[in-house]
Every structure is written in structure tokens, then in C-alpha cells.
Design a protein around this ligand. Sequence first.
Ligand SMILES: NC(=O)c1ccc[n+]([C@@H]2O[C@H](COP(=O)([O-])OP(=O)(O)OC[C@H]3O[C@@H](n4cnc5c(N)ncnc54)[C@H](O)[C@@H]3O)[C@@H](O)[C@H]2O)c1
Length: 262
Amino acid sequence: MSYNLLKGKRGIITGVLNEQSIAWQVAKRAVEEGAEVLLTNTPMAIRFGTINQLAATINSPVVAADATSVSDLEHLVDTAMEHFGGQLDFVLHSIGMSPNIRKGIGYEALNYDFYAKTLDISAMSYHKLLQTLYKKDALSKGASVVALSYIAGDRAMRGYGDMADAKAMLQSITRNFGIIFAQEKGVRVNTVSQSPTMTTAGQGIEGMTEMIDTIDRISPLGNASATDCADYVITLFSDLTRKITMQTLYSDGGYSSVLPIS
Ligand SMILES: NC(=O)c1ccc[n+]([C@@H]2O[C@H](COP(=O)([O-])OP(=O)(O)OC[C@H]3O[C@@H](n4cnc5c(N)ncnc54)[C@H](O)[C@@H]3O)[C@@H](O)[C@H]2O)c1
């Protein structure tokens, strides 16, 4: 059902790899709510994923950009502003990857080159994106930027490895760039902490299927799906949440507020 919440708004959605991607659902819902979007991902993800299928159905351009490269991000933001003919109203950061997790390396044995990559791809890229948007004055007054986080950024959870540190950093960037964007540009910056979700990134976590089941049982409303997350992000892009900024907001069926013994 559409409420026209984003009528006339324009924005960038990162991180669409395939239909399982949370960003896929956000892009789809944004367009259903009246927005125009521009999709972006790495050249490799564009080649091997199905982003172009979504782009064709929602009539969106696709721009290649590695989010760890400031020059790629500058090109992305310039292209988006040119395409839309002005400033942007929303941006989704939906990017995460840990070479340590991919190679099954635990937190007690981190490879430090991989660790630096994890932090660069999954957290510093958010700062780079925000800094590029800031320098280019690319966001309209009242615009909204959202990044996706996970509860392991707040609480210790074995198995989430160095991604936990990346998520803690992502949430800190949300606050520290958020205050600058709020005071100087009237722009909101938030982080949505989502339930575990079976996506390509999610599948990399050891024991993901059991973890999803366990957390689903503990969460009073059950796990939030990718579409639940997308619905929530749409409200944050909309004008209905004008005064919400610098927050980590939970799309998790209540999980973050209960003790597992409840
Ligand atoms: N799946 C979960 O359980 C879960 C839970 C909470 C938060 N999140 C977060 O949601 C976000 C999206 O992940 P997802 O679960 O939809 O998985 P996904 O694998 O579909 O998305 C991850 C995306 O990151 C992109 N990416 C990786 N390196 C990049 C780079 N250098 N530059 C640009 N893009 C790059 C990938 O191409 C991919 O599209 C991530 O931040 C993830 O940590 C996921």
C-alpha cells in the first residue's frame, strides 16, 4: 500500500546486490512512495548481482562506485545531482563486508590488514559519503540519511567479529556527523539497527540460520524482515520524522529491550 510519503523526493540508494538485499526493498518501497532513486554499488557487484533488474523495473540509473574511494563518491554525488537537477532528499548507506569473517577468522585472531578493510568498507565509507555530501552541499534542508547497523555494535556477540567494531563506529559517525549536519544544514542522520536477515552479507556470519531462529523466538514481535526494515527507513526518509536525528533506532521486534531469559 502506498501513502505517497516520498512524493517528489529524490535520493541515492547504495548496497543493492540482489533481491535479498535490504537496500533492494528500500529502493522498491521508496519508488512506491513516490520517490525517484539512483542506485549504486561496486563495479563487481553490478556485474555479478541483479541490481540492473531492479533498476529496469523502477526506472533508475545505476552508477558504479566503490564506497571506500572518495573520488568514486564525488563522481556518484555529482552524477546524482546532475541527474536530479539539484540537491538530494535522502541517502541510504547499506554497505558492509568483513574479509576476516569471510575467511572465518575470529575476533581473537584478527588479521589487521583485513580489519582495516572491514572498518573502511563498513564504517569509514559512511564518513566518506557524508563528507562528500557535506562538501558538495548535496542535501536539501530536511533531507535524511540512514545507515544500517546491528545490535552487535552495542552488545558483545561472539561470531560477529570485527563487524561489531565497524557497527559501533558507524553509530558514532551517525552522532558526530549528525550534529554538524543538523546544526549547519537542517539534515537528519540516523542509523537503523536491523534484526538478523538472510542476505548475502548475513550468510557470511557463522551459524546465521540458528541465530536467526533463536533471536526470532526471543524478540517479542519476532524478527523484522527486510521489508519491515524498508518500511521503517521510508518513514525516516519522510517528513513525518523531521526532528529525529543522531539516533540508533531498532527495527528488531523488541529484541534490544529484553533479557534473553524473558
Ligand atoms: N543481513 C543482516 O542480518 C543485517 C542485519 C543488520 C544490519 N545489516 C546491514 O545491512 C547492510 C546491507 O547488508 P545486507 O544484509 O542487505 O547484505 P547485502 O550483501 O545484500 O548488502 C551488502 C552490500 O554492500 C556492498 N558493498 C560491499 N563492499 C562495498 C564497497 N566497497 N563499496 C560499495 N558497496 C559495497 C555489496 O556489494 C552489497 O550490495 C549492511 O550494512 C549490513 O551490515 C545486515
